[in-house]
Ligand binder design. Structure first.
Ligand code: CUA
Length: 344
């Protein structure tokens, strides 16, 4: 696109050339009109300058053709920019279904990442080339922003909610990761790198025994580094006594969680809610906010008792709970059927 202009970061994702193209279009349009207006300004100033004698110009009444022209052209241009931008925006916000999942927790002042299979990283993310990677992100404290200029990707990482972003790297190499939202004293130090590898190298990296960063990540310290988020969530689910109320067959105190992910459930007030990451997170931290119909608001809050990584792990575990007969990665879940609809 642009011949080695050092003003621009490398194009290293499928999105990068598309974002740049729109950007260059905007620059071209701005340049065109900037030059046009400046030229007209100067030439009109000269051509219609005051001359001795004829100081009163002829009166001009409106011109429909002229007015239509200067309405339709800018309108069309604005619509092109809008539609093009919206198209790109949708492409950037919808990760492909086969995307490799990575969970990101921002924290003053570091990035904690975990692959779906369990591999953890701090301030580094290793990914294979040519594979879509979906990030599910949240923050332990304040607003951060996950920014990889070479991928033309930037997304806020917000406490109390999940944001997602995705990219597909197209070039092997190492790329800067920045925090792009001022988040306190060491904001500028909240940096890292994305390492894009050939698929074979990536597999080798995955299987090699990297130094175990668990001690840094989980002060509780019990989890081996290779435990997948769902498996860690399963352990937590039992540790915290969730099983006493959320039995697979459903109980008097709490609904069964088997197969609920992605489903709609009825609430006490008659409304419905889709069971997604955000709803599960809310139900763990603010259990009385949206109580499923047929149950009492008796669940204690886990606010302050679980960190964001643990909440993510619980969600991954609940996601993995599928009634038998369907594919299950959860293990436990496969044994229990018939509890897909938790509403009474
Ligand atoms: Cu985190 Cu700035």
């Amino acid at each position: 696109m642009h011949p080695r202009l050092p003003l621009f970061p490398e194009q290293a994702s499928t999105m990068a050339p598309r974002v740049d193209l729109l950007y260059f279009f905007l620059i071209a349009v701005s340049l065109f009109f900037g030059v046009l207006i400046a030229t007209l300004l100067v030439s009109f100033a000269i051509r219609f300058r005051r001359r001795p004698g004829d100081s009163i110009p002829p009166i001009i009444h409106g011109s429909t053709v002229l007015e239509l022209t200067w309405t339709i052209i800018p309108f069309s241009l604005a619509m092109v920019i809008f539609l093009w931008g919206a198209w790109l925006f949708f492409a950037m916000s919808r990760p492909p279904d086969n995307a490799h999942e990575v969970f990101v927790v921002g924290k003053q002042w570091m990035w904690k990442l975990q692959h779906l299979e369990g591999r953890r990283e701090i301030n580094e993310l290793h990914v294979p080339i040519g594979q879509a990677v979906k990030l599910t992100m949240t923050s332990e404290d304040v607003i951060h922003s996950f920014y990889v200029p070479a991928f033309r990707m930037k997304a806020d990482v917000v406490p109390g909610r999940y944001t997602t972003a995705w990219f597909e790297a197209t070039r092997v190499g190492e790329y800067h990761l920045f925090c792009a939202e001022y988040c306190g004293t060491s904001h500028s130090g909240m940096i890292g790198r994305i390492v894009v590898m050939e698929p074979a190298d990536y597999q080798a990296w995955l299987s090699q025994n990297a130094p175990n960063p668990t001690g840094l990540l989980a002060p509780g310290g019990a989890q081996p580094a290779s435990l997948s988020p769902a498996a860690a969530g399963e352990a937590l689910f039992h540790d915290r006594g969730c099983t006493s109320c959320h039995q697979p067959q459903g109980g008097a105190l709490g609904p069964s969680l088997v197969g609920i992910y992605g489903k709609r459930v009825k609430l006490q007030d008659g409304s419905e809610v889709v069971v997604d990451d955000a709803y599960l997170r809310e139900s763990i931290l603010h259990p009385t906010a949206k109580v499923v119909a047929g149950f009492q608001p008796v669940m204690p809050t886990f606010q302050g008792q679980l960190d964001e990584e643990q909440v993510l792990q619980l969600i991954q575990y609940i996601k993995s709970l599928q009634p038998s007969g369907t594919e299950s990665s959860g293990g436990v879940a496969a044994a229990h059927a018939g509890a897909a609809e938790p509403a009474s």
